[in-house]
Design a protein around this ligand. Structure first.
Ligand code: PYC
Length: 323
């Protein structure tokens, strides 16, 4: 039987509608000199805690968890490992905004810039006096343009493969309208795209699993350029406009000559929230995405794990996650 702490303390927030649960006490420190080693240690030795903390009955499918660790770089404020109901994330944009507001709430961060180490690199976040947070994400890029995927039941879907801290397949397909009332159909459609991508051996660089599917559509808000539906790696949609998805989208637009350096891009999420983004030149010709949004702390809790509770490790969910 895996070892389980008696309790884990968490602070919950939402960023433009998408929930983040930051673990602040009770979870044993993962081992490793790098953030990816620590993420692998979590996967191998503490995966039961991932499920116990974010899955039902203590959580739900949409929650993204964030485990804080000591930083690996001397000038970073903390390390962060993001995880969800099914797996671990490279980076998480809405999650980082939630972490920053949580640290402010706990009195550990004041307005200004701070750096954070993640398994895919070090990112920066600036907390403004009005509570908004602007993240400077890791270098993002378009990996492959106009990739055709044969999706059983739907036909050929064409999209770009782009990196924004996670791998995205971004399509404009109008086969299912991007509207909340069509969420179940959108979920089936994007799951079918993901299955087809995996079955056809389509990957990101270094065989990276494309575990986020993004459909771009016309916005419903007058101040937005685009509205997206993002199927996340845990099999549910992102309620926010998705920070890594906005980064990948802007990298794709920039590579196509449709978004200039510094030009503002306003991305609307399914719940109606908005991220404002832009790209700047990074080091060695890379592209740095910036994404601004707002998060609110919604609660704090002590999760208890009673040894006699048959569901203390969470209810396993059927998630379409690749090995
Ligand atoms: O904001 O990057 C993001 C994100 C990824 C998955 C859910 N949210």
């Amino acid at each position: 039987m895996p070892s389980v702490p008696d309790f884990v303390r968490v602070v919950d927030s939402h960023t433009e509608g998408e929930p983040t649960r930051v673990v602040i006490e009770g979870w044993p420190a993962p081992r490793g000199a790098t953030m990816s080693e620590r993420r692998d240690d979590l996967r191998e030795n503490f995966d039961h805690l991932r499920r116990a903390v974010v899955c039902e009955p203590r959580g739900h499918d949409a929650i993204v968890g964030a485990l804080l660790t000591p930083p690996v770089n001397a000038d970073s404020a903390a390390g962060i490992i993001f995880f969800n109901n099914g797996t671990y994330l490279g980076m998480c944009g809405h999650g980082l905004i939630g972490v920053v507001r949580t640290l402010e709430y706990l009195g550990r961060l004041s307005p200004g810039k701070a750096r954070f180490d993640t398994p895919v690199g070090t990112v920066c976040a600036e907390l403004s006096a009005d509570g908004s947070v602007t993240i400077e994400n890791i270098a993002s890029y378009l990996h492959a343009r106009d990739v055709s995927v044969d999706v059983p039941g739907y036909g050929t879907v064409v999209g770009d493969i782009a990196w924004g801290g996670n791998w995205f397949f971004i399509t404009h397909s109008e086969l299912v309208p991007v509207e909340m009332s069509r969420e179940r159909e959108l979920n089936r459609f994007t799951q079918a795209i993901q299955d087809a991508i995996r079955a056809q051996g389509i990957t990101g660089a270094d065989n990276g699993d494309i575990d986020h599917i993004e459909i771009s559509a016309a916005p419903s808000r007058a101040d937005a350029d685009c509205r997206n539906y993002v199927l996340c790696s845990g099999g549910v949609y992102d309620r926010s406009p998705c920070g890594t998805g906005t980064s990948a989208k802007m990298a794709s637009l920039h590579a196509r000559g449709e978004l200039a350096l510094g030009e503002r891009w306003h991305q609307e999420g399914m719940a109606g929230g908005l991220f404002t983004g832009w790209v700047s030149e990074g080091i060695n010709g890379t592209l740095t995405p910036h994404v601004k949004g707002t998060a609110f702390v919604t609660g704090e809790a002590t999760l208890r794990f009673d040894a006699s509770d048959p569901f203390r490790l969470g209810i396993p969910v059927a998630v379409n996650v690749s090995a």
